[in-house]
Structure formats: C-alpha cells, structure tokens
Design a protein around this ligand. Structure first.
Ligand SMILES: Nc1nc2c(c(=O)[nH]1)N[C@@H](CNc1ccc(C(=O)N[C@@H](CCC(=O)N[C@@H](CCC(=O)N[C@@H](CCC(=O)O)C(=O)O)C(=O)O)C(=O)O)cc1)CN2
Ligand code: MET
Ligand SMILES: [Zn+2]
Length: 748
C-alpha cells in the first residue's frame, strides 16, 4: 500500500564527509587559513553529495538540515533564537557567534558539552531561562531545503522537537525549569512550520528522543499538548515525529492521540515497541516509520527478520515505512573504503551508505514481498571463537572479582609507596603534539620504521617524566604518547577486535573517533602496555602509574558483536585486562589506573533496566582489577558526566583511588560520595582541562579547601579533571605548577 510518506527513509546521515572533509575545513577556518566563503563551499558540497547519494540509492523520503558545522542541538537553539545574551553582545558575525557558543572565546566560556543519550556523541546544552526570548530563525532549514530542491531533490527538514529541546536544556537561572517554557516555544515552532510550508516543504521531521527515558505524567501531558497544537495548525508541512534510542512507553499513546501524520519508532533499542503499538492502535492515516536498521551499530541487518517485523507492524498500522533506528550520525560513512578488513568480516558489516541500501531493500519488500531479499549470512566463522577464553570464563568464581579488605590494602600500599598527604598526580595523557601525530602517521604509512618510532616515543616519555619531576608531582604517568586513542589503541592489539582505516565517527564538533569493531572472542596475544610503562618507571624513583582503559569504556567506544550479551563480551575484555594488570604488577608497576569514563554512558535510559547493567559493568571492572595483590594500588578515573546516578556503582568498583571530574560542578560529587559512605581514596579534579585557560592559583586552592572540608586529607588526592591530550604544553606546565603549589599550601 503506498503512503504519502514513502516506503523508505533514514533519520540522518554522517556530515563529516568520507574523509573528514568537514573537520579539515572547520579547523582551517578556526585557524584563519580559510575564510567563511570557503568553509561554506565545503559545507554545500558535502551536503549535495549526501542528498545525491541518498536519492541515487532510491530512498523515497530524504532528510535535510541534518548537516551541521558543529552540532544539531546548537543549530536548533539558533533556529529558535535561544542565543544567550553573553554571546550576542560579542557583536560577531552569525557564523562566529555560532562558533563562540560552541568553543568559547577568551572572555566567554562555551556552552556546556554533554553526552547525547547513550552514545559517544556530545551536544551543546542550550541555556534557557524565564527571560529567554524565543524568535523563529528558519534560515538554515530553508537554505538547505532550497539547495536540495535546486538539485531536484525534495527533502524533509529535520529539527530537534520542542519538548526534547527543553528537556535537554539547562536552566539559565538557577532554580528555573526550561521545560516550563514549552508552550512559548511551541508558538515559535508554529512560525517555523509556517515558513517551511510557504517555501513548499511537504514534510518536516521533529525529533523527540527525550521521551524514550522515564518521564513524568506532566511531561507526557505537555508533549500531547504541544503536538496537538502543532498538528492543529492550518499552515504547516505534514509532521513526522521521530523517536529513537528506546521505547516510548506512556508517550506512545499520547503521540498517537494527536493528528501528526507520521511517527518514527526505534524497533532495535525499543524491544517492547511492537507490543506497545498494538495496544495503542494507531489511527488510520498515521504512518508508522519502523526503525528496523540499526543506526548505532555496524552489523548488516538480517533483512528477512526485519521484513517479518515490518509485516507485523503493517498488520497493526495501515501505513508503514522503513527507516533506520536512529540517525546514521553514529556510524562511519562507507565500509567499501575498508579494503584492509578480513573479507569475511567486511561482508558482515554495513556502514551508513550500506544501511541506506538496506532500508531501500526493506521498503521494496514492504511493497513487493520478501522474494528479492538476500538470505541471511551464515553464522560467524569458527576461527572467531576462542575456546580457551570461553573455558576460562566458565570457571570463574566470585573470588576472582574480589580483592582483600580495603584496610589491609591501604596499609600494604602505603608501606610500599610512602606517599605524602594530598598526593599529586595527573590522569594519564600529556599533550598529543602535532609532531607526535605526524610521527604516528609516518609510521602507519611505512615511512618511519618500528625502531625509529619506538625511539621517538621513548624520547617523549623521558621528557614527560622529567617535566613531572621538575613540577614535583608525586605519582607520575608516562603520558600516553604512543596512543592514538585510549580505546582504539587497545582494540588494535586485542584478538577479536578489528580496526578500520577510514571509519571515523563524529564525537563532538570537529573531533572524531575511529571505534574498533569487536567481532569475535577477545584475547590478549601479548602484553599491550608493559614495555612503555616499564621504560617510564626505569627513568625515575617515583611511582609511575600503569594506564589501562576499563572493560566498560572499551565496549562503549567500540562497535560490539550482538550475538551474545554485552556482559559476556565485557568479561572477555576484562580477562585480557586482568592479565595486563598482573603483568604490569610483575614488572614492578605499583600503581595501575583503569579508566572508566564511559561508566555512566552505557547506563540504560529507563530505570527498570539499570540494575542489571550496573551489575555486569561493576563485575567486569572487578574481574579486570582483582588479580593483583593487596600492595598494588588500583586507581580508576571517571569524567564527562553527572555521577549522581551511578554513585553506588562507582563505590562498588572497589578501586583504591577514584579520580573524578569535579571542577565545573564545584566538587559536588564529593557530597554524593560522602552520602553513600564512600571511604577509599578520591581525587576530585581541581582543574577544568576542557579549556586552554590557566586558572589562577587561588582557584586551585579554593577547590582544594572545598575538597578537604568534604574528605579526610588522608584519603584525598590532587589532580586535574581529565587527561591533558587536547591541551598544549605552555598551559599544562603553568597549570600543573599551580596545582602542585596549591597542594603544598593546603598540606601545610
Ligand atoms: N574513543 C574516545 N571517545 C571519547 C574520548 C576519547 O578520548 N576517546 N573522550 C571523550 C571526548 N571525545 C573525544 C573524541 C575525540 C578526540 C580527539 O582528539 N580526536 C582526534 C583524533 C584522535 C586520533 O585518532 N588520532 C590519531 C589519528 C590522528 C589523525 O587525524 N592523523 C592525521 C595525520 C596526522 C597529522 O598530520 O596530524 C590523519 O590520519 O590524517 C593519531 O593520533 O594517530 C581528532 O578528531 O582530531 C578527543 C575527545 C568522550 N569520548
Ligand atoms: C576520557 S578519560 C581519559 C583518560 C586517559 N588516561 C587520559 O588521560 O587521556
Ligand atoms: Zn577523563
């Protein structure tokens, strides 16, 4: 049955370009080496390429306004006029005002950056207060629509919907609630929709993923009111509300009770969605856009199984289209560029471009039947299995996840380490200089041999050690110069992982990551970090921390196999890390840090699913870290999130020392930790490393005095919020000098 929406669509597409063209152009603009026109030309050409590729692939309904120079939440803030006064008064051009909000300028810090749901994408948090004046600014959406129309490609402009926009905003004034502004904001959307309709736009996409998390009855009533109002407008495009990253529960009947023309549902992450849809009984004429192709992972879709689900949906709703489960922003662009991958793996993968083809095939199957669909691939090759690892996991006992009593550990560690009160340390990485990146690029290209590369890295490590000695830090790090990324580096060395050459995914702004792919059983063919750490330790009498990435973070920042529970894959990674910890300890490394910055990221959006997650996540970390004896001091590190929700999990990790981002939230996390009786070492970050600013000495001391008031000095560590890889040496030296001086002042 044909429907006005069409049979197939995607919710969004990568905007960085097949070779990170956007990153290069944007960074060149920031550096002043190209002008705004040149940047705009690159943007226009990337957008045109995407629309043409989507049209050529045979998609019926193509999104626009999914491009962004930095972030789509920021674009929506601009579209509704929510530009804080402190940026307006800089008097910059529109483009530079936009980048000022994203990155800050000397006088004004940027908007806050935070996790986009349970992904490794980060959005800029709009600041909304009772006084925020909303004004419609549909210029970007209109321009993109017109650009595509000039290519004879009609598109569907996409915006974040008003309810989710406010749910994800933060109060501009303490104590106010951005969501209270919903009715005002909806009127601005009404004007935007009218402007789009006037330009000939037939459909608009409004994203409301905020409703796949637990929401109050009042928030659901407000959602219903918002879409009743928008759907009731006389001058507007047809409305497609897109939801993703989970299931809507009570918000589903609320949305279906409005007269929106199409509703997108995530049938990958929202396992109960089909049942909920059957119970809600969509009204005739509403198109259900079934998200059947996973937009958050890289595996090919089992098209026959997906078509069967589509058929089930078609029996409930009279009009059905097929889509991705979420925007394709979260996967790399094109797997056909990966000629270095094992062909047996490559044929099992679908990146954004391949997922578009899958959606088109499923759309055709809806109309014409499943006869043309390819058969599913056979099960994974036998050689991806590792019976040794499986046998080891099968025999694990609770004791393998349990260290000795903390009091005994603390005594054994202090006897060995002899640390002063308020010991100072850093989180691991030192600046990744352009020279280091160039050396790594030359090594990768075969222009720098292994020995010369290793020599270059050892020289860097030696400089980093000497610098820390000069600064008077107590526990040193080797600086991680040899790591391209804290997850990819391990992925490149572990069996069961594959690395891509071009598989870049945007993490925030111009920053990208190349997540490894976990396709088979995980094992550690050889030690991964021991040589570098031992070398660093050989240079100094002070302790040098071993530095590993924890199992949860390795999973969160990789693409993970879906043929077994995450918990099982996490334990396999944990066993490899357990062996690495033992090898480090055996090599004389007395302090080992196992980073878990993504512990909060994987926390399920719905409360009911959280305990099971916390259980396996904590278990895997403990498996990784409890194979060493009491005298080895285990540190962990967390950053990039609000920790309140995982505070018990942090305690349950049972690390001897937890370093944690705290400077921007004024040490609040210490109260959270105190409230649950956390009684081991803690290093609240006293320096916000996200900005190049060198804080004055008093700021370090003030932060430390707050910390000393909340935590006994005997358990308190002094460190920055996170690693220093994105900073430059002048800032690092100046700030660390103040950090150590502040520690000395507070000690005495
Ligand atoms: N995986 C991951 N997720 C994370 C974080 C993280 O550290 N890792 N931190 C948080 C914030 N997210 C971040 C994500 C990316 C970067 C980042 O700095 N990315 C770099 C790339 C890092 C990298 O892979 N570097 C490689 C490759 C660098 C590169 O682009 N090389 C050039 C050539 C080298 C040159 O001439 O400069 C090339 O290949 O073309 C290396 O050092 O080897 C970037 O986009 O610029 C920082 C934070 C949360 N999520
Ligand atoms: C995102 S957490 C980073 C931890 C890592 N050890 C570093 O210092 O870079
Ligand atoms: Zn960090």
């Amino acid at each position: 049955m044909s429907n006005p929406f069409g049979q197939s669509t995607v919710l969004g597409y990568p905007r960085i370009g097949p070779n990170r063209e956007l990153k290069q152009a944007v960074e060149a603009y920031w550096a002043g080496s190209i002008d705004a026109d040149a940047l705009e030309r690159t943007g226009a050409s990337l957008r045109a390429d995407v629309w043409q590729a989507l049209a050529a692939a045979g998609l019926d309904s193509i999104p626009s306004n999914t491009f962004s120079y930095y972030d789509h939440m920021l674009d929506t803030a601009v579209a509704v006029g929510a530009i804080p006064e402190r940026f307006r008064r800089l008097g910059l051009s529109d483009l530079d005002t936009y980048f000022a909000m994203a990155r800050g300028v000397d006088a004004e810090p940027a908007l806050e950056l935070t996790k986009w749901f349970a992904t490794n994408y980060h959005y800029l948090v709009p600041e909304i207060g009772p006084e925020t004046v909303f004004t419609p600014d549909p210029a970007k959406a209109l321009r993109e629509y017109a650009e595509a129309a000039a290519l004879e490609i009609p598109t569907r402009p996409a915006l974040i919907g008003p309810a989710t926009f406010l749910l994800l905003a933060k109060p501009a004034v303490p104590g106010s609630n951005p969501f209270d502004r919903l009715d005002d904001l909806v009127e601005v959307y009404a004007e935007i929709l009218a402007a789009l309709a006037d330009a000939g736009v037939a459909w608009v996409q409004l994203d409301e993923p905020g409703y796949v998390a637990d929401r109050s009855a009042a928030e659901i009533v407000a959602l219903h009111r918002a879409y009743t109002r928008l759907a009731g407008l006389s001058r507007r495009p047809k409305i497609f509300v897109a939801t993703y990253f989970g299931q809507l529960d009570d918000a589903l009947p609320a949305l279906l009770d409005t007269s929106i023309e199409a509703l997108g549902l995530d049938l990958i992450a929202g396992r109960a969605t089909v049942d909920q849809l059957a119970a809600a009984a969509p009204r005739p004429g509403t198109t259900i856009v079934a998200g059947l192709v996973d937009g958050h992972n890289v595996w090919r879709t089992d098209l026959r199984a997906a078509a069967a689900t589509a058929a089930t949906v078609a029996a409930i709703a009279d009009q059905v289209a097929v889509s991705t489960s979420c925007s394709l922003l979260h996967v790399p662009v094109d797997v056909s560029a990966e000629q270095g991958l094992d062909p047996q793996l490559r044929e099992r993968l679908a990146f954004a471009r391949q997922k578009v083809d899958e959606v088109v095939q499923l759309g055709q199957a809806l109309a014409e039947g499943v006869g043309q669909l390819p058969a599913p691939l056979p099960p994974s090759p036998e050689q991806w299995r590792n019976d040794g690892v499986r046998a080891r996991l099968a025999t694990l006992q609770p004791a393998d996840r349990q260290r000795g009593a903390y009091a005994d550990r603390a005594a054994a560690q202090q006897a060995r380490l002899q640390l002063p009160p308020l010991p100072t340390t850093t989180i691991g990485s030192f600046p990744q200089t352009p020279e280091l990146r160039k050396a790594r690029a030359a090594h990768r290209a075969g222009k720098l041999d292994d020995a010369s590369y290793a020599e270059r890295m050892r020289a860097e490590i030696e400089q980093v050690i000497r610098l820390q000695e000069r600064l008077g830090l107590d526990v040193l790090v080797h600086g991680e110069p040899e790591r391209n990324d804290m997850v990819q580096y391990f992925g490149e060395q572990l069996a069961g992982f594959a690395a891509t050459e071009h598989g870049w995914v945007q993490s925030y702004g111009s920053r990208c990551v190349r997540p490894p792919i976990i396709y088979g059983d995980v094992a550690r063919p050889a030690p991964m970090t021991v040589e570098w750490s031992s070398f660093a330790q050989s240079l100094t009498d002070r302790p040098v921390k071993g530095m590993l990435t924890g199992p949860v973070t390795i999973l969160a920042w990789s693409f993970v196999r879906t043929d077994q529970p995450l918990a099982e894959t996490a334990d396999q990674v944990a066993l490899a890390l357990r062996d690495e910890c033992r090898d480090l300890a055996a090599a004389g490394i007395t302090v080992i840090q196992v980073d878990e910055p993504a512990l909060r990221e994987l926390l399920p959006l719905r409360r009911s699913s959280q305990p099971a997650y916390v259980d396996w996540a904590v278990s895997a970390f403990r498996l990784a870290t409890s194979g060493v004896d009491d005298s080895a001091q285990i540190h962990t590190h967390l950053c990039y999130s609000e920790f309140g929700e995982v505070i018990h999990a942090i305690d349950a990790l049972d690390a001897d020392v937890t370093s944690i981002e705290a400077s921007r939230s004024k040490m609040e996390v210490l109260d959270d930790l105190a409230a649950i009786g956390y009684a081991r070492g803690v290093g609240p970050g006293v320096w916000d490393i996200h900005s190049p600013r060198v804080p004055p000495q008093q700021e370090f001391e003030a932060a430390l005095r707050l910390a000393v008031a909340a935590v006994p000095a005997s358990r308190l560590w002094v460190n920055p919020d996170c690693g220093l890889k994105t900073r430059r040496y002048p800032e690092v030296e100046a700030s660390l000098r103040r950090l150590t001086a502040a520690a000395a002042a507070v000690r005495s």
